[in-house]
Design a protein around this ligand. Structure first.
Ligand code: PMP
Length: 365
């Protein structure tokens, strides 16, 4: 590591921190990528050198998530937001129902797009209590004839996260995992489709990952634009058109970093320890800090809390900024404070923030 470089304490909600090791490797390879005499960005997406990068990222994601053979990994564009539209466009027809489990603003955005194509309904919503918790499985009443059930695995704005997923049997389960993919082990085989924008846990913005069961690809509606069909990207190994090549390269390098760290189990444990540092300060603050999420629903990725006095909260945020903590303001729609502790955020960054929180409380009681 170049000791002259001062890396920020980066708690941005996305795009967010990337591992220093990955940035340094990309820097080293930037001008002459593995003897090609050009950067990855300048390679043809039809060249063997790029194809290796592309296929390596797919293979490694399959390995790290133990993705069964009946699934495909696709690299798409348009972010999580385009998936909100592509899902109903492909899998919902006029008059058909799909169940949406509403646990935050991103579920609302996904639901709004589905309304354009069919008859989605709320399987569950706790909007009236500010989305403080994830539902119990018993609360999920849906129709066995639904085209699919959709959930948001981690609620970036409210700071709640599913720790286990329901088994929906014959009804395809679709998840937006934009803000927690690869943050802890989970069973891919419960899902028909998983999608995630890369810019929080996987790499830079510009790439969206989809993990899709092959039978779903076949089921997609035929009369939609070519670029918006999952089948187009599946038939062409995500090379139907020019993919975001540099982003996919970076994603592959982030996956290498995760593998070297010990894989998803190690990462999951590390994420728990990081989040605990901050939640412990909240819990031991005698109400000085107030967590937003109910404890059983707490996110390991986005820790949302308030300081119990509005003026003090402003002071907290401005002092945090002065101390070099970046991105600690809550989302503009809800206010408060939020520390996003994604996979690449180092333990030391979380430790420094927890110490700052304790110090702030001690000097402002
Ligand atoms: N889903 C979730 C859970 C998100 O947190 C976000 C972005 N913060 C989105 C979807 C939208 O992603 P994008 O900006 O890539 O469209």
């Amino acid at each position: 590591m170049n000791s002259l470089i001062q890396r920020a304490y980066n708690f941005n909600a996305g795009p967010s921190a990337l591992p220093l090791e990955v940035l340094e490797k990309a820097q080293q390879e930037l001008i002459d990528f593995r003897g090609t005499g050009m950067s990855v960005m300048e390679l043809s997406h039809r060249s063997a050198a790029y194809e290796e990068v592309h296929n390596h990222a797919i293979t490694l994601l399959k390995e790290l998530l133990s993705i069964p053979d009946e699934y495909e990994v696709l690299f798409l564009q348009g972010g999580g937001s385009l998936q909100f539209s592509m899902v109903p466009m492909n899998f919902l027809k006029p008059g058909e129902q799909a169940g949406y489990i509403m646990t935050g603003s991103w579920s609302e955005k996904a639901f709004a797009e589905a309304k354009l194509f069919g008859d989605p309904y709320h399987v569950f919503s706790n909007k009236e209590s500010q989305y403080r918790r994830i539902p119990q499985f018993e609360e999920l009443q849906y129709n066995p004839t639904d085209a699919y059930i959709h959930l948001t695995s981690n609620n970036t704005i409210y700071g709640t996260q599913w720790s286990d997923f329901p088994n929906t049997g014959e009804v395809p389960l679709i998840a937006d995992m934009s803000s927690d993919i690869l943050s802890q082990p989970f069973d891919v085989s419960k899902f028909a489709l998983i999608y995630a924008g890369a810019q929080k846990n996987l790499g830079p913005s510009g790439v969206t990952v989809a993990i899709i069961r092959k039978d779903m690809i076949e089921k997609g509606n035929a009369n939609i634009p070519t670029m918006l069909k999952y089948s187009t990207h599946s038939k062409n190994n995500s090379l139907y058109n020019t993919p975001p090549t540099f982003g996919i390269y970076m994603l592959g390098e982030v996956l290498n970093w995760i593998k070297e760290l010990g894989g998803i189990n190690t990462l999951g444990e590390r994420n728990k320890q990081k989040a605990k540092l901050i939640y412990d300060v909240i819990d031991q603050s005698n109400g000085f800090y107030v967590g937003h999420a109910e404890p059983e629903s707490r996110s390991l990725m986005n820790i949302t809390f308030r300081v119990n006095d509005e003026e003090l909260e402003k002071k907290f945020l401005s002092e945090a900024k002065l101390e070099g903590f970046v991105g600690v303001n809550g989302h503009r729609s809800v206010g408060g404070c939020r520390a996003s502790t994604y996979n690449s955020v180092p333990y030391e960054t979380c430790k420094a923030f927890s110490e700052f929180m304790i110090h702030f409380q001690n000097t402002n009681r």
